[in-house]
Design a protein. Structure first.
Length: 143
C-alpha cells in the first residue's frame, strides 16, 4: 500500500493549534480545497537520499528549506541561483521540490517566501529540511 504525506499550505508542525485531531478535522472539512500537496513516502525518502544540499549544513545563521510545488515548475533557473534582492540561494530543484538556503544574518525567511511565490506560484508549501527528515523518520517508524 502506498503511503502519502499531505503538506498543507500555511499549516506547519510548529503551530500548536493545528496538530493531530484538529488537523485531521481541517483536512476532512476542507475536502482538500486548500493547497494540499501530496508526496509518497518513497518520494520523500528518495529526496532525502539524493542529498540535494550536498555539504551545506543547517546552522543557526543559515537554514535549509524544502519548498514543495503542486505542479512541475515552468521556470528554468541556472543553479545555484541567488536572486539579486535576497540573502537566499536555490541550490537544487528535485522532483517538484525547490531546495534553498536562507542566510539568517541578513535576510528574513518571508523574503524567500515572497520570491518563491512570484517565481513558482502560490500552490507551494515550505518545510525546513529538518522537518522533512522528521517526516521521513516518522513514516518509517509507523511502517
Amino acid at each position: 500500500m502506498t503511503e502519502y504525506v499531505a503538506l498543507l499550505r500555511g499549516i506547519g508542525p510548529g503551530n500548536p493549534n493545528m496538530r493531530n485531531e484538529k488537523l485531521r478535522g481541517v483536512l476532512d472539512g476542507l475536502g482538500f480545497e486548500s493547497t494540499t500537496i501530496l508526496r509518497t513516502r518513497q518520494q520523500l525518502e528518495q529526496l532525502v537520499a539524493d542529498n540535494p544540499f550536498g555539504g551545506i549544513e543547517d546552522v543557526d545563521s543559515s537554514r535549509l528549506q524544502a519548498t514543495f510545488l503542486k505542479h512541475e515548475p515552468n521556470t528554468a533557473l541556472d543553479l545555484p541561483h541567488t536572486p539579486s534582492d535576497g540573502d537566499y540561494t536555490v541550490v537544487a530543484i528535485v522532483d517538484r521540490t525547490v531546495c534553498s538556503t536562507v542566510d539568517l544574518t541578513g535576510s528574513r525567511t518571508p523574503d524567500l517566501m515572497r520570491w518563491l511565490e512570484r517565481t513558482f506560484g502560490k500552490e507551494i508549501t515550505t518545510r525546513t529540511w529538518k522537518t522533512v527528515h522528521r517526516i521521513v523518520k516518522r513514516m518509517a517508524d509507523d511502517k
